[in-house]
Write a protein that binds this ligand. Structure first.
Ligand code: MTE
Length: 333
């Protein structure tokens, strides 16, 4: 499939697919992957009856106004139904289909995002108002999960760097720390270590200031032309295409500019496996598996999942390798 911008309001694959086929595909997808790093095998969240009764009512996704991306002929888009049904969002369970099944009741409106720390103008912004006034654009990005699967996703969002400038970072701002909503009432994984994969919540992430200011780094508020579904991190999440997917923190409520390298959730949980930088690098294996290749989740069925070589910096080396010149990338993984 060649990349074409889908017309606004075009039916998604999920809408176009008969429910029976869709459900069976979701069941098949369940078999893929074994939780991040296979660290924890929490799979029976349903039995614990921890999830909201609203879990099956799909959250409404609104169409967005945005500047369409230029076509990227060499990339094939991952179908929307796969982007929204093969997720990691441990606050809603560790299985790949758990987030889609269990997050639909997440209250995403209203939603505020606070920017504070080393800025001259700290403020709390209304994310839904921001979406209307900021000027959104589409970015078709390769995405690479540390578990060695990859997707190509048409995100809608805005550059994090331009957004941060509004708050006037001080010269002491060296890193950016991000935080996901902490609300155990709504997020079953936060009240139960088993469901939540052992992560110390709230989920936190970080970037070096120059990474955050790089024009490829965006805050995303949508995909496939519509607002994000909860399972992909509604209403606002980070997207850094040259890094492993776990850097893409979801449902962000706080951004703090800081002097020192901030803690990150996966690094706290398994520092020998997940570093701060997490740049996609085929030459540096995960301690338990190779990162030299990846399974691309594309339009075909399970048996057509394509194995392809992993690209340095996930294919964005030309744009970002300079950020790390002189650094030993085996040490700073
Ligand atoms: N953000 C939060 N708050 N909680 C999570 O469990 N998982 C991360 C990242 N952001 C996660 C998160 C991981 S491991 C991946 S691979 C990506 O989200 C997956 O994003 P996607 O589901 O939109 O593909």
């Amino acid at each position: 499939m060649l990349i074409k911008k889908p017309p606004r309001n075009a039916p998604s694959e999920a809408h176009a697919t008969p429910e029976s086929a869709y459900v069976s595909r979701r069941t098949v997808m369940k078999g893929l992957g074994a939780g991040i790093g296979g660290l924890l095998l929490a799979r029976s969240a349903h039995a614990l009856d921890l999830f909201s009764s609203e879990k099956n009512a799909a959250a409404v996704r609104k169409p967005l106004e945005f500047a369409a991306a230029k076509p990227v002929p060499e990339l094939t888009l991952t179908p929307e139904a796969k982007v929204t049904n093969h997720n990691n969002f441990y606050e809603f369970g560790t299985g790949k289909t758990d987030p889609a099944e269990n997050s639909q009741g997440l209250k995403i409106e209203p939603w505020t995002l606070t920017v504070e720390g080393e800025v001259e103008k700290p403020a709390t912004v209304d994310v839904w108002k921001l979406m209307n006034e900021i000027g959104l654009e589409e970015r078709i990005y390769r995405m690479r999960c540390v578990e060695a699967w990859s997707m190509v996703i048409p995100w809608v969002g805005f550059e994090l760097g331009k957004f941060l400038q509004r708050f006037a970072p001080t010269s002491r701002a060296k890193y950016v720390a991000f935080e996901t909503l902490y609300d155990p009432e709504q997020m079953p994984g936060q009240r139960n270590r088993y469901v939540g994969g052992g992560v110390d919540y709230p989920y936190v992430e970080g970037l070096r200031m120059d990474e955050a200011m790089h024009p490829l780094t965006i805050l995303s508020v949508g995909l496939y032309g519509k607002t994000l579904p909860p399972q992909n991190g509604a209403p606002v999440r980070l997207v850094v295409p040259w890094k492993y997917g776990f850097k893409g923190i979801k449902s962000i409520v706080k951004i703090k500019l800081v002097e020192r390298m901030p803690p990150t959730s996966w690094n706290k949980l398994a520092p020998q496996e997940y570093g701060f930088y997490a740049n996609v690098n085929p030459a540096v294996d995960h301690p338990r598996w190779s990162q030299a290749s990846e399974r691309f989740i594309g339009p075909g069925g399970l048996f057509s999942v394509k194995r392809q070589p992993t690209l340095p910096f996930n294919g964005y080396a030309e744009e970002v390798a300079g950020l790390y010149s002189g650094m030993n990338l085996k040490k700073f993984y």
